[in-house]
Design a protein around this ligand. Structure first.
Ligand SMILES: Cc1ncc(COP(=O)(O)O)c(C=O)c1O
Length: 372
C-alpha cells in the first residue's frame, strides 16, 4: 500500500534547530505577553513581508474578529461565500450581518461589478478574500469603498508573501488578516496576524488582543485574549529561515502541474500566478470534457490515499446559520455555486516527491484511458 499523500503538509525545520529556542524560553521563563520572540517575529515578519506594522495573534480567526473591532465596524458587511467559514463567522461573532456577493468568473474572488448593488445604508465595510492567494481587484474595491465611505478588511489568510503591483498585497485596504495555521505556507502551528498601516492602529489592536489593557490598571475596550505565545513565535522565527526555499519548491511543483495538466482534457486551470505568488494551493476545475464528475474524481483519489480537497465546497452561504439570508440565495451566487461544484485542490507542499507527483497525475491519466 503506498503512502498517504495529504493535500498539504506543514513546513517543519529540523527539530534540533528548534531546541535552542526552547532553551531560551526555559531560561527566561517568558512564555507569553509580548515576550522577546513575539517582539522579534513582529519586526522580522513585517520586514520580510514588506509592510509597516504587524500584530501577531494566536490564530487567524481571532485576528479577523479583532480587525472588525479595531475599525468599529457595524451593521452589514459585504463578503464572499467562496471561502473558509471563518470569514463569515467573524462577522456573526461581532453581531454583524454578512451580505454575500458572487465571485467573478475566472478569479475565485469577490466580483467588483456586483458589490455596488449590494450596498445599503447599513453597509459599513467590505471583507474580500484573496482566495488561494490570488489578488482581489484591489483598485476597483478601493474605489467603491472610497465612494461609499466603507472600510475594507482583507481576509488574506492565503496571501502570505504575495506581491501585487510591485508591493506587498497586504498593503491594500484598511487592514489585512493573515493565518499561520498548520495548513498555511508559513505556519506557527496555530497563529495569525493583522497587518496595519500606522502605529496608532497597531496600538489599538495590541490593546484589543490583550483584553483591552492599555497599562496595568487601565482597560480601554472589551478586548479578547488573542496573544501569540513565545513557543509559536519562536517557531515562526525558525520557519522564516526556511520559507524562501519552501516557496521555491512550491513554485516548481506548480509549474510541473501546469505542464502535466495540458495533457489532460477537462481539468481546467483558471489563472496563472503572478510573478510573486506563494503557490499555497493548486485548484483545478473539473469540466465537462473530463470523463467523470468532480465528486467521482475526488473519490478515485481518496481510494488511492491521495487526500485532495474540495476547497471551497459547500459554499459558506449554504450552511444553516447563513442560508436564510436573502444574499445567500443560490440564484444570486451562480458563479460561486458552479465553481464550488467543480473545484478540486490537488496536493502541493514543499516535500512532495516526484514519485508522489507521478501518482497524482497517473490517476487522471488512468481515468482518461478507461473512457477512451
Ligand atoms: C480564508 C480563511 N480565513 C480564515 C481562516 C482562519 O484562520 P485560522 O485557522 O488561523 O483561525 C482560514 C484558515 O484556516 C482561511 O482559509
Amino acid at each position: 500500500m503506498s503512502k498517504t499523500i495529504p493535500v498539504t503538509q506543514p513546513l517543519l525545520p529540523p527539530l534540533e534547530e528548534f531546541m535552542p529556542y526552547l532553551q531560551q524560553i526555559w531560561d527566561s521563563k517568558r512564555l507569553t505577553n509580548a515576550g522577546p520572540f513575539h517582539e522579534k517575529l513582529e519586526k522580522d515578519l513585517a520586514a520580510y513581508l514588506g509592510v509597516d506594522h504587524l500584530c501577531l495573534f494566536s490564530n487567524g480567526t481571532l485576528a479577523l474578529l479583532t480587525a472588525l473591532q479595531a475599525l468599529r465596524v457595524t451593521g452589514e458587511v459585504i463578503t464572499t461565500p467562496y471561502s473558509f467559514v471563518a470569514t463569515a463567522h467573524s462577522l456573526l461573532w461581532n453581531g454583524l450581518k454578512p451580505v454575500f456577493v458572487d465571485i467573478a468568473p475566472g478569479t475565485f474572488n469577490l466580483d467588483p461589478d456586483r458589490i455596488e448593488e449590494a450596498i445599503t445604508p447599513a453597509t459599513t465595510a467590505i471583507m474580500p478574500v484573496h482566495c488561494y492567494g490570488m489578488p482581489c481587484d484591489v483598485d476597483r474595491i478601493q474605489q467603491i469603498a472610497d465612494r461609499y465611505g466603507l472600510k475594507v478588511i482583507y481576509d488574506a489568510a492565503h496571501a502570505f508573501g504575495v506581491q501585487h503591483q510591485g508591493q506587498s498585497l497586504l498593503r491594500n485596504g484598511d487592514l489585512s488578516v493573515l493565518s499561520f495555521h498548520a495548513t498555511k505556507v508559513f505556519n506557527t502551528f496555530e497563529g495569525g496576524a493583522i497587518v496595519c498601516p500606522d502605529a496608532k492602529t497597531k496600538k489599538r489592536i495590541d490593546y484589543l488582543k490583550n483584553f483591552g489593557f492599555a497599562d496595568e490598571v487601565t482597560v480601554v475596550a472589551p478586548g479578547i485574549n488573542g496573544k501569540m505565545s513565545e513557543i509559536n513565535a519562536a517557531f515562526g522565527l525558525l520557519q522564516l529561515n526556511y520559507i524562501d526555499g519552501a516557496l521555491d519548491r512550491r513554485k516548481q511543483i506548480d509549474s510541473m502541474y501546469r505542464e502535466a495538466l495540458t495533457q489532460i482534457p477537462g481539468i481546467d486551470l483558471l489563472w496563472s500566478p503572478g510573478e510573486h505568488h506563494n503557490y499555497s494551493y493548486f485548484p483545478v476545475l473539473v469540466g465537462d470534457a473530463f470523463p467523470i464528475s468532480r465528486d467521482a474524481l475526488y473519490e478515485r483519489f481518496r481510494e488511492q490515499d491521495i487526500l485532495v480537497r474540495r476547497y471551497f465546497y459547500p459554499l459558506i452561504s449554504s450552511f444553516p446559520m447563513y442560508r436564510s439570508l436573502e444574499s445567500a440565495r443560490p440564484d444570486r451566487l451562480q458563479v460561486a455555486s458552479d465553481v464550488s461544484n467543480r473545484v478540486l485542490c490537488l496536493p502541493i507542499f514543499d516535500s512532495l516527491t516526484p514519485d508522489e507527483f507521478a501518482r497524482i497525475i497517473a490517476i487522471m491519466q488512468t481515468i482518461l484511458a478507461e473512457h477512451r
